[in-house]
Write a protein that binds this ligand. Sequence first.
Ligand code: APR
Length: 248
Amino acid sequence: MPVNREQTIAEGVRERLRAARGVFVLTGAGVSAESGVPTFRGGADTAVWKGLPFDVISSAGMIARDLPAVWEWFDYRRGVLSHCRPNPAHAALACWQDRFERFTLATQNVDGLHAAAGSRGVLELHGNVWRARCLACGCTEDIREMGGGERPPACRACGEWMRPDVVLFGEMLPVDVWAEAAGRAGGCDVCLVVGTSAIVYPAAGLPVAARRAGAYLVEVNPELTPLSEVCDATFRGPAGEVLPRLDF
Ligand code: APR
């Protein structure tokens, strides 16, 4: 995008942000790309693990078929993530949280990097890889605080097996998290969509709902997405460069 044109768009977005009382941000894998977290789609690194596409190994059916393999896959992902740190995009969003009457950050990411950057109350639509959940009683535990490497781990409350607390393909989003995200999206003045291919539902429906309810819709993504054409403003660049420049 020519520099002058981007500056004009950025100034328009800054004005919207200055006037906004409610801001809703939806992030996807792209916001963590500059931290070294591989995205799922696009690029050369489309995830395949031990010959299984990520949407097979990360599916509800695998929990029933092969829970140890699911743990192995998520242990591998945690190993990759343990070297990743928040980038300037996470940092910019963490700074924004106290600047509006209502600010909501909803993410499809399970990497925990928004919280690591200082964001509070992040709505984790797809769960968190650093958490385990009991298959029987539903209680959760921080994997980093669990002793031993037993796989699958046993629940300390009831002794049953635990699973990664991540929403897998074929599963519902956590009802309370979803309800809060849908309510916040429907009541915002500005909705910012950062680093998502916007094809995985229901999360991808949040910006559409925000736009329908009258929000000003902004996208930050180096690539076009199905959302691009309904956006009021788009930035075709990496989030770690665009968001800090958007400061208002
Ligand atoms: N800055 C911003 N966007 C970027 C960057 C970057 N530096 N690098 C890549 N992107 C964009 C890509 O252009 C792409 O549109 O990030 C998007 C990543 O898309 P996906 O890999 O599909 O990730 P996401 O949209 O988060 O996937 C949604 O699908 O597999 C499931 O549960 C998984 O939460 C995930 C969901």
